[in-house]
Design a binder for this molecule. Structure first.
Ligand code: HEM
Length: 440
């Protein structure tokens, strides 16, 4: 443990020093989880995901210690929950397991630490009743009626992006398709100035990044950029509050909604970031993950070529396969037993969706990517219970449309290089996927 971290125990912490797997004192990454004692396994290490070596660690945990304890000086006790049914139990029992202390790993609840981190409030990290009223205010933007209205725009934009792709040369699919398309979709949701849309991508990246892992260098930089985000959206809010007819975009909904119109600025920022990250990283990585999965499973690609009506089912399988958010955190409201382990009040629980989605006791042939899988929607990637992903139908629609448009144009989106993966144990992401497209 570094001196810095020891200091942090008694004074303040920052996201970079809190993470023992960042910096020069970080221990080597565990590539063979069966070669080390069980208690040394700690899936929170983002380098496991960057190197794609987390699968066996989760396999061993599911087999030998499905509710697994780690402790850290700053974060206290945190449990990795790795089996499908246990995850479902935690997710569904919001009275036992709270979201209000945060949905990613953080300092121990009663540690009484001060922090320079920007604290953002949003309803994914709230408990009832406040969670329920805020969610109800914005959820109509993704109601079936609004989704149907968006479909034509999404299809048109997807088609244009695919038509403009380079031919006869390789390019990064993540950048030219996954990011571009999800960003354009977000711009539609927010009615955000089209020419500035890449700001949304940047803010999403900044919001989820830890300083020192490649996206921002320091907590101050993160804070500054998020404040720019707030200033930009405050301008849009002020414009829209003046409109005679309230718009049907998300900002107008927040500005006019009875339960959201008096939000304080940080709460507004928090909810914006929730919607930006929710609608950006996740769908982006499903778009990249699908291309990769089909390339690794050519027989499935053939199935798709022979029957494009499999697309809706394939979309669910892609979302399970990729599991764009690897985990969500809860905090125990009381002492409770889970799978034979004694959880104490204020312990953190990490629901590893990425592991539950490979649990052979619930999902048949879980290691295989099968686009015609039965009950493909029965996966954990959207969570369950009162926090179940608000945008799940929108995400599925976007992915369905993009695959329908891809199949109209290309007989093969060929992966031509090793993918580069994100160093994060929260967002399970692909940063570079070199492909070449082959026209029909
Ligand atoms: C494949 C794409 C997506 C995945 C895998 C995903 C995943 C998730 C997960 C795991 C949760 C938390 C569930 C829980 O704690 O039980 C969540 C919540 C949420 N997602 Fe998504 N999401 C996706 C797309 C979207 C989109 C497109 C939006 C845009 C509107 C969105 C907005 C939200 C919101 C607002 C919440 C908070 C819900 C609440 O706390 O009540 N998500 N999502």
């Amino acid at each position: 443990m570094s001196e810095q971290l020891k200091d942090d125990e008694t004074s303040s912490y920052s996201r970079s020093t809190m993470n023992p797997f960042v910096g020069p004192d970080a221990p080597p990454v565990i590539t063979d989880p069966y070669a080390v004692p069980l208690e040394d396994l700690n899936p929170i290490d983002g380098r496991l995901f960057e190197n794609d070596v987390h699968w066996d660690m989760f396999k061993r945990l599911r087999e030998e210690d499905p509710v697994h304890l780690n402790e850290s000086p700053v974060m206290g006790r945190y449990w990795s929950v790795t089996k499908f049914d246990d995850i479902m139990f935690v997710d569904k029992n919001h009275d036992l397991f709270a979201s209000g202390h945060g949905i990613t790993i953080g300092p121990q609840v009663d540690a009484n630490l001060t922090t320079e981190d920007l604290k953002l409030e949003n309803f994914i990290a709230m408990d009832p009743p406040k969670h329920d009223v805020q969610r109800a205010t914005v959820s109509s933007v993704v109601a079936p009626f609004n989704l149907a209205k968006m479909e034509a725009t999404i299809r048109e934009r997807a088609g244009k992006i695919l038509d403009d792709l380079p031919r006869g040369e390789s390019f990064n699919w993540v950048d030219l398709v996954s990011i571009e398309l999800t960003t354009q979709m977000l711009a539609v949701l927010f009615d955000f100035p089209f020419e500035d849309r890449r700001k949304l991508t940047r803010w999403s990246d900044v919001a989820t990044a830890s300083p020192g892992t490649g996206i921002v260098d320091s907590e101050e930089q993160r804070r500054e950029e998020l404040m720019e985000c707030l200033a930009y959206f405050t301008r849009l809010w002020n414009e829209r509050i003046q409109w005679d007819q309230p718009g049907s975009d998300l900002i107008s909904m927040l500005a006019h909604g009875e339960n959201t119109k008096n939000m304080d600025p940080l709460e507004y920022l928090g909810n914006l970031i929730l919607l930006i990250v929710g609608g950006n990283d996740t769908t982006r990585n499903s778009m990249s993950g699908g291309v990769l999965a089909l390339n690794k499973n050519p027989a499935e690609y053939d199935k798709l070529r022979n029957d494009v009506s499999l697309i809706p089912n394939m979309v669910s399988e892609i979302i399970r396969w990729q599991t764009p958010l690897a985990y969500m955190r809860r905090t125990a409201n009381q002492d409770i037993e889970l799978h034979g382990k004694q959880i104490k009040k204020n312990d953190q629980l990490l629901m590893w969706y990425i592991s539950g989605n490979r649990d052979g006791d619930t999902i048949e042939r879980p290691e295989e990517f099968l686009i015609d899988r039965a009950k493909a929607r029965h996966h954990l990637s959207f969570g369950f219970g009162i926090h179940r992903c608000m945008g799940n139908r929108l995400a599925e629609m976007q992915l369905r449309i993009v695959w329908e448009e891809i199949m109209k144009r290309f007989k093969f989106v060929e992966v031509v290089g090793e993918p580069a993966l994100l160093r994060s144990s929260f967002v399970h992401g692909i940063t570079d996927l070199q492909v070449r497209v082959h026209d029909l």
